[in-house]
Design a protein around this ligand. Structure first.
Ligand code: SIN
Length: 522
């Protein structure tokens, strides 16, 4: 394989964590591996809700940490929750200085939304539901003014090279259907910030390219993966036949929107004292049960928000308009969709993975903040906090280059292996059918069989990475014989006392366990 060597830090991804880390590392030279033009294709840019932070004088990081622990169903690392919530305010002020136009009251205070399972209104927002896009725009503007950051648009990472447990290179392909032969890029250090796994499911709110490839790539190189079974399903994706499914932000429920079914019944009141503002996993299961019963659940914003939805939530209003729905007069059909992977590449409190010279931030990581159920709007917050921690760790451990770093040019040639579109579709359908909102041993075993068969069909590294993550999610879901947070087992409905430790798994162990199970059942 052709090799290109650089003294830059290699950052995989181009979402919030990647951009923020690149800025925090400046003036140290970095190169970002970005599959799409900056601002396109990253989950962060699609985030509607905002960033959770105790900004009000009546609120506190302690209260935010408590809510994070409660939502996480016994598997949150309390030290991590305290640290992240304590740092939240500082990052909001930093983003403000960088030009993010957060919504303000007439007195200049931050407008704060309430979202599910928060005991306080503490989600800072931009133009109602534009937080992700606007924060990204502010950071992209800063990146454009920062000469130490080189962005390689149209490239994607497909595998890690290691020696003695340390990462020594990343194989990069042309992201246009990954048709090119990979080039090995050897840098000074490596940061993975390339998103989660939502797109491994047929019904998802994630951008099309976010399909667990970064987690799978690290797993195949030997990194420990934590909490793989904990996948969060957003309760109110719009059920309008689009892939990905457009999101109807939880902030709508914070403004009083209610959930009803086709018979006009408000079904959440019977399921939880907080009704529509119950933790996200509870609402997702409530909606899923309605879907299963053929009762067509819908989000009703008519009385609470009415025609003002166009000004208050422009993205939601636009998604409705393009699907012929007027939310001022019609309830919005909704269904749960894979939204956020709490699990990922295990990192310690300095953002380091179990492989040397490798840092991870954002959804690809599993820091222990989210436990079994992420608190709304803690995702962008975690990406910010750990992006800075990773940048500081890299700065402390890797000597800065002397002189100027040459810009990298990757001249892709030859035929790589593009993923087989039919195999990808079959994989996504398997995950939605058998590893979804409610799981059981029979379905999970079926999924393991299907994934193992699909893996044989398509050797492309990108697809193998997807299969690795799908296998880890499924196997860990099979091994967790209880229900906890977003992981609901119909055959093990109870939460077991004392079973709240995090799952940790290497891909080698997962394959051994899977092969033994498959042999026993064939
Ligand atoms: C939402 O706006 O409902 C999503 C926010 C999040 O996933 O944190």
């Amino acid at each position: 394989m052709k090799t290109v060597t650089t003294d830059r830090i290699v950052i995989v991804g181009a979402g919030l964590g990647a951009l923020y880390a690149a800025l925090k590392l400046a003036p140290r030279p970095v190169v970002m591996i970005s599959p799409e033009p900056l601002g396109k294709g990253a989950s962060s840019a699609w985030a509607q809700g905002g960033v959770a932070a105790a900004m009000d004088s009546g609120d506190s990081p302690e209260s935010h940490a408590r809510d994070t622990l409660n939502a996480g169903a016994g598997t949150v690392n309390a030290d991590v929750a305290q640290m992240v919530t304590r740092e939240a305010r500082d990052h909001i002020l930093d983003l403000t200085t960088m030009g993010t136009p957060f919504d303000r009251t007439d007195d200049g205070e931050y407008v704060l939304s309430r979202e599910a399972a928060h005991s306080y209104a503490r989600v800072v927002r931009v133009k109602g539901d534009q937080a992700g896009a606007e924060i990204m725009a502010a950071l992209i503007d800063q990146v454009a003014k920062t000469p130490s950051i080189q962005v390689l648009e149209g490239t994607m990472a497909v595998s890690l090279d290691t020696e003695d447990g340390k990462v020594t290179g990343i194989a990069i392909q042309d992201s246009n259907e990954t048709r090119s032969a990979p080039i090995m890029l050897r840098g000074a250090g490596y940061l993975l910030a390339g998103g989660g796994s939502g797109g491994l499911y047929a019904v998802t709110t994630n951008p099309p390219r976010i399909r667990g490839q970064v987690i799978g790539m690290a797993a195949r190189a030997g990194a420990v993966i934590a909490d793989a079974e904990f996948v969060q399903f957003h309760p109110t994706a719009m059920d309008v036949g689009e892939d990905p499914a457009p999101l109807a932000t939880e902030a709508l429920r914070g403004e009083g929107a209610i959930l009803i079914n086709k018979d006009g019944e408000r079904f959440m009141q019977a399921l939880h004292p907080d009704a529509e503002l119950a933790p996200r996993d509870v609402v997702a299961r409530g909606i899923f049960a309605q879907v299963q019963a053929g009762k067509r659940p819908m989000l009703d914003t008519r009385d609470s928000i009415g025609a003002e939805i166009k000004e208050l939530f422009p993205s939601v209003a636009e998604y409705c308009a393009r699907n012929g729905i007027d939310p001022a007069t019609d309830p919005i059909p909704v269904a749960p969709a894979a939204h956020y992977h709490m699990g990922g590449i295990k990192t310690d409190t300095s953002g380091q993975a179990t492989l040397g010279n490798l840092w991870v931030c954002g959804e690809a990581s599993s820091t222990g903040l989210h436990g079994a159920n992420r608190l709304a709007s803690n995702g962008l917050l975690e990406a910010l906090v750990y992006a800075r921690i990773c940048a500081e760790g890299i700065e402390a451990q890797i000597p800065a280059p002397t002189g100027t770093s040459a810009a990298i040019s990757l001249d892709f040639q030859g035929d790589g292996n593009p993923p087989d579109a039919e195999a990808v579709t079959a994989l996504r359908q398997t995950m939605t059918n058998h590893v979804g909102v409610v799981r059981n041993a029979e379905g999970l075993m079926q999924a393991l069989h299907n994934i193992a068969a699909l893996e044989q069909r398509d050797p492309s590294p990108s697809f193998q990475n997807m299969c690795a993550t799908a296998t880890l999610i499924t196997l860990c879901a099979l091994q967790r014989e209880e229900s906890r947070g977003a992981h609901e087992r119909s055959d093990f409905p109870d939460t077991l006392p004392g079973a709240g430790e995090r799952s940790e798994m290497t891909y080698a162990n997962a394959l051994n366990a899977r092969d033994t199970l498959l042999k026993e059942t064939t």
